[in-house]
Design a protein around this ligand. Structure first.
Ligand code: SF4
Ligand code: SF4
Length: 229
């Protein structure tokens, strides 16, 4: 449990986000956002409540909402499109989630843990999914619908006019140069720092991988230079 001072600090971080004043403009308490929110139908969650907590600056209840409620939002932004006050409860939730990550809150760690494998795949290959992975063994939760793409994948992809999407072997292959550029973007935007806060082991594995890839890239540049010289 955080101290009151820590809760205040968390709220100050939310409030100082550049998007905050744009996403929160007051509240009529009309409930339109909650009435149209898909998550509110299935979970103990209400975008109106989130807006009210932030508007009244109740730091303890804001902290409490960050333990579970904010993770129920589907980020569909229906609320932002409907609010007569031009609030964006979904946008505010987005800020709160980022602050939860920044502060290494346990709720963020619990929610993000299952995505560790996705993150590893994304960073090490540049893709979350390769076309060849769309097979029944990988997606048992898709049920019989997966049969519609199974087997016909190569034929189906040949029908796609973009050249790089015509084969399942080379489609989505990320070049070394692009990978190294992505690592730099993730570093400079703080994504890797966030990952370190959330999962130190995964961060170490990914850092080792990035270092290897960078060395590989440097070597390929040197070879290229020698070839030109
Ligand atoms: S963005 Fe979140 S809060 Fe807004 S309607 Fe969608 S699920 Fe509900
Ligand atoms: S729709 Fe807007 S004004 Fe109405 S309760 Fe939701 S946030 Fe408040």
């Amino acid at each position: 449990m955080a101290t009151y001072a820590e809760m205040q600090e968390i709220f100050e971080d939310i409030k100082s986000d550049l998007r905050y004043d744009h996403e929160l403009n007051g509240c009529l308490n009309c409930g339109i956002c909650t009435a149209t929110c898909p998550s509110a139908h299935f979970y103990d969650y209400s975008p109106r409540e989130i807006v009210q907590l932030l508007w009244t600056e109740n730091v303890e209840q804001i902290y409490d909402a960050m333990q579970e409620k904010i993770w129920a939002c589907a980020q569909c932004m229906t609320c932002a499109a409907r609010c007569p006050f031009k609030n964006s409860p979904g946008g505010l939730v987005s800020i709160m989630r980022e602050v939860a990550i920044k502060h290494g809150m346990q709720s963020a760690k619990d929610v993000l843990r299952p995505f560790g494998r996705v993150m590893l795949k994304l960073i090490t290959t540049g893709n979350q999914l390769s076309p060849d992975m769309i097979q029944p063994d990988h997606f048992p939760d898709w049920g019989p619908n997966i049969q519609k793409v199974k087997g016909n994948l190569k034929t189906l992809r040949k029908a796609i006019p973009v050249r790089t999407l015509q084969t399942t072997d080379t489609a989505w292959e990320t070049s070394l140069k692009t990978s190294v550029e992505m690592y730099t973007i993730w570093e400079m935007t703080g994504v890797l720092k966030q990952l370190e806060t959330m999962d130190e082991n995964l961060y170490d594995v990914i850092q080792d991988f990035i270092e290897e890839k960078r060395e590989e890239y440097e070597e390929s540049l040197e070879e290229q230079e020698q070839g030109n010289g």
